[in-house]
Design a binder for this molecule. Structure first.
Ligand code: PEP
Ligand code: MG
Length: 570
């Protein structure tokens, strides 16, 4: 028995047989093609491109049918890579010139592209490199005839791979495949997001699971604790079967909580909101009796279309949300491009994108883009409870400029005689330590605050949130972070405005009581976490968790903090 640990990205327990996805790129060998076979080789290459394109397009249709359109953008990225002549045409030249086989030509070309990517220090480009890699890997599988052999019909397969592309993850989403384990990837990788949405227990970033696991090995994947047990003893299997049964039972039981009002035992209301990246799949907002949308990451609608949308196009999207979610609050964040989220044709060439011209900094540098979005939001706010959320504020000066631009947008709308809501609430994301430290000032000038812990942790602890090499330092219970969160909640309370938390921490049930104890009463999270968090809220007693949280706030040792959090949860 051997235990490998990685990053838990999708909870649940799976017990099954390892199914290793071959690393087709490793199997490619060069061989010479005779003059008369060159045309055949070109045909073989073009056929592989055609096959992958049609497979991706079918997948996209299937996603649409299954109302999972939000994943279409993952497929679009891969389609754009295949359509790039560097992938679809350059290898043909290599085949012709060097008279070598198609898979070798593609590998040579891919390595050239990847070497170029490697010289750029930009986390987003790093992810794109993985996309190129995944596309080439699939094409090579087709070329060497792997694909059909690859997936047998065995039941309870646990897919083990160096990496799994989002497209592959979607393909593998059938009852035979019950878990994913990968060597690379982090919590914010596309595959991780997908795994969570399709409810498949997954552990990523194990570094070397693929080398340690052989095809057919018995595996246990614990998606809550990020561990993979290779060839467990019968005793361990039995223990995990019990855990699995409990987990399934628990998931069914949780459905009973959907309609309940979210409040603590001592009747303190704790509002739940949902984070969305798209306007599809918003049923969870209503099904789970939430207050509404706490964070709509609008950059994804632009990323999906590969361009900015004009005022009317945006207005229609936002207005439709008010129709789909009557009587719900809809918090729409203005464009948060940059960092690891890049929209084509927008500049993002700086060396250190997380610290560069991202989010509101970009919008202030491009006021037309900002004003267009604000106009669309103000107009849509005429039809429902839409609130505007500004990302990554770091200074008073920035906030002043934001307010001036919002006023300018209102003046333009008035002169254009368009209907809008002049009283639309404007809030700010607190995700830069400077803003958290100076939260009182922001609280006094804004209508609500939303704590973005994904970035607040990254910037407070100086840990790149997309880099799995430092993911062990990305600590959501670090004493410095907890003090910042407490400070923001207190500043909001003092100013009499709502403070919510919309980073991943909000969806982690292990932290729910601690956050309530710090005074947080508004949580916004991925829909899959709603009921787990609601259950903890219903079992919490505010007066009790408050004093325990106070003790945690004055503790500095990591292990001690962990013990105190465990104690709080038991
Ligand atoms: C955050 O930073 O916590 C957040 C919610 O925003 P994003 O993850 O989109 O940066
Ligand atoms: Mg953020």
């Amino acid at each position: 028995m051997l235990i490998v640990s990685g990053i838990p990205v999708s909870s649940g327990v799976a017990i099954g047989k390892a199914y290793i996805l071959a690393h087709a790129l490793n199997e490619v060998e060069p061989y010479l093609i005779s003059e008369q076979n060159i045309l055949n080789e070109i045909k073989r290459f073009n056929q592989a491109i055609k096959q992958l394109k049609s497979e991706l397009l079918n997948l996209k249709k299937e996603l649409k049918k299954n109302r999972m359109n939000e994943f279409g953008s993952f497929i679009d990225i891969q389609l754009a890579i295949i359509n790039d002549p560097k992938i679809s045409k350059n290898p043909l030249e290599i085949i012709k010139k060097s008279k070598q086989n198609a898979e070798w030509a593609l590998k040579v070309q891919m390595e050239e592209i990847i070497t170029k990517f490697n010289s750029i220090e930009n986390s987003y480009i790093r992810e794109r490199k993985n996309d190129v890699y995944q596309v080439c890997e699939t094409l090579i599988k087709y070329l060497i005839g792997h694909e059909s052999k690859q997936l047998s019909n065995d039941k309870n397969r646990i897919i083990v791979a160096h990496d799994i592309s989002p497209a592959d993850a979607l393909k593998f989403k059938n009852s035979n495949n019950i878990a994913f384990v990968t060597d690379i990837g982090g919590t914010t990788s596309h595959t991780a997001i997908l795994a969570k949405s399709i409810n498949i227990p997954s552990v990523v970033g194990t570094q070397n699971a693929k080398n340690l696991i052989s095809n057919g090995d018995n595996l246990i994947v614990d998606g809550d604790h990020g561990c993979v047990i290779i060839n467990p003893t019968d005793e361990v299997i039995n223990e995990y079967r019990l855990k699995q049964n409990l987990y399934e039972l628990e998931s069914k039981k949780l459905l009973n909580l959907q309609k309940l009002t979210s409040k603590t035992i001592d009747k303190v209301p704790v509002n739940l909101y949902v984070n969305i990246e798209d306007t599809n799949n918003i049923e969870s907002v209503i099904l789970n009796n939430t207050k509404g949308v706490g964070l709509f990451r609008t950059e994804f609608i632009f990323m999906d279309k590969h361009r900015m949308l004009d005022e009317n196009e945006q207005f229609i999207i936002y207005k439709n949300l008010t129709k789909a979610l009557p009587n719900k609050t809809i918090t729409i964040r203005t464009l948060d491009s940059g960092g690891d989220k890049v929209i084509e044709h927008m500049p993002n060439t700086n060396q250190n994108p997380a610290l560069g011209l991202r989010a509101i900094r970009f919008c202030l540098a491009e006021p037309d883009v900002f004003i267009t979005q604000i106009k669309a939001l103000l107009r849509a706010a005429h039809y429902g409870d839409i609130r505007i959320l500004i990302p990554m504020l770091s200074s008073d000066n920035e906030l002043r400029q934001v307010k001036l631009l919002i006023q300018r947008a209102k003046d333009i709308l008035t002169s254009e005689r368009k209907k809008f809501n002049p009283k639309t609430l404007v809030g700010g994301m607190i995700e830069v330590p400077a803003a958290a430290i100076d939260a009182e000032s922001f609280a006094n000038q804004l209508d609500f605050l939303s704590i973005g812990t994904n970035d607040l942790i990254q910037y407070t602890l100086a840990v790149d949130r997309t880099d799995d090499a430092v993911s062990h330092l990305y600590d959501s219970s670090h004493p410095a972070l907890l003090k910042l969160i407490k400070g923001v909640i207190d500043a909001g309370t003092k100013a009499g405005i709502e403070v919510s938390l919309c980073g991943e921490m909000a969806g982690d049930p292990k932290l729910t009581k601690l956050l309530i104890g710090l005074g947080l009463t508004n949580f916004s999270m991925h829909p899959s976490s709603l009921l787990k968090v609601k259950k903890v809220i219903l079992e919490s007693e505010f007066s009790k968790v408050k004093s325990k949280a106070k003790k945690i706030l004055s503790t500095h040792d990591k292990i001690e903090i962990e013990n105190l959090i465990n104690n709080l949860n038991n």
